[in-house]
Design a protein around this ligand. Structure first.
Ligand code: UDP
Ligand code: MG
Length: 317
């Protein structure tokens, strides 16, 4: 399955390449394209592709729901015994999918791509990604392998498990670690984007990072308590020091400056703690609303039956 957001420059080549690689090797396959509310010509091109190739299914989402949700929608509509996730920009070579299929046939239920090299990516993106995984793995109980993206092959069992997770903040690579099953990390070379620009600007990357941390860990909350205990401890020391000086000596602590600094410090800590708690409450709020994860405008498929039965991922189950 291929999530597509404004990929008019690459989508045709993407389909040609996928077909060239898959058709000689796999007897029976289907390609599911999810149009994630593209504002360019992507959908028209997908319609054209679908009308000429019976093995193509196109799921058109009602608006842009974001990459992770688009992938979830694709998983719900994919019918295979195993489902491969690949980006439209062919940064992840489709040939690797065939290796993944071989490993899947050997019994691995989650075969994920591990990026050996990432050419064409900025130093900044590489460094931030590296640090993100460090922090995430330090904080979270679910180990999420470094240098992985969403490029992976999932067995039907794993797909169904993912579809049973109704949460709105979805970091798929994290969820697919969480479910367990037999994993295999397959190394490959990640290429530069075929054409077009990245759909992951800095703010979306930060959002994904935050989702990853906050939905796999409550350590930040514990950190708030630790901060509270620490500041209370320090202030106790300060109080005793001031009291001892005042009672047993002739000097006392003069200190508007100290008072002021202390006030700002505690105020800052309180704001930070409130913010952290607030992030979690905000997430509870969005979960509590129980809105569907995504809405589908239309599904183009040459097969008559539409798998609407699998409702879990649409949030209505
Ligand atoms: N994508 C999507 N919805 C979005 C953003 C991205 O479906 O809101 C798709 C995009 O079309 C591509 C994949 O997700 O197929 C990965 O995006 P991109 O290549 O821009 O990310 P990068 O490789 O730069 O991290
Ligand atoms: Mg890309």
């Amino acid at each position: 399955m291929v999530p597509c957001y404004n990929e008019e420059q690459v989508i045709t080549t993407c389909h040609e390449t996928l077909t060239r690689v898959l058709s000689p090797a796999i007897r029976d396959y289907q390609i599911v394209y999810v149009n994630d509310g593209s504002t360019d010509n992507t959908y028209e091109l997908l319609q054209k592709i679908q009308s000429t190739d019976a093995r193509v299914k196109v799921v058109d989402l009602a608006r842009n729901f974001g990459h992770q949700i688009a992938v979830s929608a694709g998983l719900a509509y994919a019918e295979g015994a195993a489902v491969g996730l690949i980006d439209a920009d062919l940064q992840d070579p489709p040939e690797v999918l065939l290796q993944m299929v071989q490993l899947w046939e050997q019994g691995y239920e989650v075969v994920f791509g591990v990026r050996k090299t990432r050419s064409g990516e900025s130093w900044f993106k590489l460094k931030t990604a590296e640090w993100f995984y460090r922090v995430l793995n330090f904080l979270s109980d679910t180990a999420i392998p470094r240098d992985t993206g969403d490029f992976r092959l999932l067995d039907r069992k794993a797909v169904d498990a993912l579809l049973r997770m109704p949460e709105r903040d979805r970091m798929l690579r994290g969820l697919s670690s969480w479910i367990g099953f037999r994993h295999y990390g397959l190394e490959y070379e990640r290429l530069p984007r075929l054409a077009g620009v990245t759909k992951y600007p800095l703010h979306k990357m930060l959002r994904l990072a935050l989702d990853g941390i906050l939905s796999f860990s409550v350590v930040p909350l514990r950190l708030v308590s630790i901060l509270g205990v620490a500041t209370a401890g320090i202030s106790m020391l300060g109080i005793s020091y001031a009291l001892v000086l005042r009672l047993f000596t002739r000097i006392w602590v003069p200190g508007w400056t100290l008072l002021f600094i202390g006030m700002l410090f505690i105020g800052g800590l309180q704001m930070l703690s409130l913010g952290i708690v607030g992030e979690y409450i905000g997430r509870i709020y969005t979960e509590a609303k129980q809105r569907p994860l995504y809405l589908v405008r239309e599904v183009l498929s040459s097969v008559a039956q539409q798998p609407m039965a699998r409702k879990a991922a649409s949030g209505s189950a």
